[in-house]
Design a protein around this ligand. Structure first.
Ligand code: DGI
Ligand code: FE
Ligand code: FE
Ligand code: FE
Length: 187
């Protein structure tokens, strides 16, 4: 699928702010793909669709999780965790995008997971560092993202877990698995 078609599919599903975020993630991910030798086409497509289901009605996402092969434990966690897995499924059902790397990058963009591949790392980091975001510690992650994508992803995991723990939020196991797995790159 071409970039323009993907954008025209996604745009009506998003708010203006979320759409602009999506374009910045695509731009950031494309640059990271160039730097780290991943497919720029896949990085772009995965990014354009990564928040495709962000505003689906909760009842619809819940039903899809119940009736599909998606893990039911998602339903025990915050609904923010649902839009990636649901999008990885619906882009195939609704738009025929059947590509394991693209679908995994979308699936895990919120939590990460152990053993992330290059495209997963790129979308995970791009979503966090895109130029429209601003929070404490972000500039450090942006700098590291130009040197070592795994260390940057480790920082994203660490910052996310610290943030969630401070707020006493429940943390999905894959979020911890990503962090633990990525500590290997600190050795
Ligand atoms: O969709 P975006 O806002 O662009 O970003 P995202 O999909 O990466 O993250 C959405 C939210 O999910 C963000 O506020 C952080 C939060 N999050 C990430 N991991 C977990 C989590 N929330 C909970 N409760 N548990 C997690 O493990
Ligand atoms: Fe998201
Ligand atoms: Fe993210
Ligand atoms: Fe996003």
């Amino acid at each position: 699928m071409k970039k323009a078609e993907a954008i025209s599919i996604v745009e009506p599903h998003l708010t203006k702010e979320r759409f602009d975020h999506t374009l910045r993630v695509a731009d950031t991910a494309t640059k990271l793909a160039q730097k780290y030798g991943a497919s720029t086409e896949k990085a772009e497509l995965a990014s354009i669709f990564h928040d495709y289901c962000k505003y689906r009605p909760l009842e619809e996402m819940e039903r899809i999780i119940r009736l599909s092969y998606l893990p039911k434990d998602l339903l025990q966690y915050h609904h923010e965790l649902w839009h990636g897995p649901v999008a990885s499924l619906l882009i195939e059902q609704e738009h025929g995008i059947q590509d394991e790397e693209i679908q995994s990058a979308i699936y895990y963009h919120t939590t990460g997971r152990a053993n992330m591949g290059k495209l997963e790392l790129i979308v995970f980091v791009a979503d966090y560092i895109e130029p429209g975001r601003s929070f404490p510690g972000l500039d450090e992650v942006r700098e590291v993202a130009n040197q070592n994508i795994e260390i940057a992803a480790w920082m994203v995991s660490r910052n996310t877990i610290e943030y969630l723990m401070k707020r006493q939020n429940r943390i999905y196991p894959d979020t911890f698995h990503a962090y633990n797995y990525l500590t290997k790159c600190l050795d």
